[in-house]
Design a protein. Sequence first.
Length: 333
Amino acid sequence: MGKKGMFLVSAAGIMWGFVGIFVTHLASMGVSTVGIVTLRMGGSALCVAMFIVLSELACGRSWDEIAGLFRCSPRDLALIAAMGFLGLGVSNLCSYQAMQLVGVATSTVLLYTGPVFVGIASALLYGEPLDGQRCVAFALNLFGSFLVVTNGDVSGMSFDVFGVALGVFAALINVVYVLGGKHLAGAHDPRVLVCYGFLFAFIGLLPIGFPFRDVTRVAGLELASWSFVFCLLPSAVAYLLYMAGIATGLEAGKVSVLASLEVVSASLVGVLLLGDPMGAASAAGIVVVFLSVAAMNLNIAGKRASYTLGLLAFIREEWVQANFKAKTARLYW
């Protein structure tokens, strides 16, 4: 189950790497930041809801059984609403706004402070270990993300106070989605959690700036096709994989580090599809991000213990054999 969860979360992170292509194209068409986020949340909620209904009908479920999947207690529904509105809607909005204030490089690096916040919160709430090995993994992850995004050049980074605060806040409140999903995944269908999350994010963002004014202004076949693929693949499918990975019982700290493969995927997408240059520092950053994933998942303590026990057993065996030879020699003489 652990390997399955790691694969699912990693696949989600890789799919998120394609988000930049859609955001850039929709923005070039004249859709505002709020419009892009709101469109993504609403369209993804619809995609996931249709997937749940059609897959359950294909399995012979009745409409009453399907409706039962969506029933939640008021307490759980309140947590899901917080996951959706804060962890998805507000987090995305703050991140995109930070990009406008401090640039893409700075905001992306700030967003990848998220694994540190998740590691601290999961240690406090769920008792997950926060030892030296994990601290090294978090540090490697942040440093690798920094190299990938900036190519080692800090001249393009900006430090506007409000923009930096928004970027850090986006990373901080994303913790709500990770830990909320971990808390509820065992009690509810992960697909329903994703659907409700998108729905509450959509409802919460609707009053902010009336985003569909600019959407209706550029409405057409091109907008519809790009929006459909955007809402389906790097949004609905990616989050379904992500929540399914969390539902396997994967530790929250590992989830956040594995999801950071998004920055590696985004860099490779830029190089392979958009013709962006790949600097030496960015290539080194990709290696460092993979090292952080390895550092998070290696059982170093267990291996050290097994090596120690093996060494002790070897020493004991050598001592027994030497003692036996000595006794045999004495008996012979």
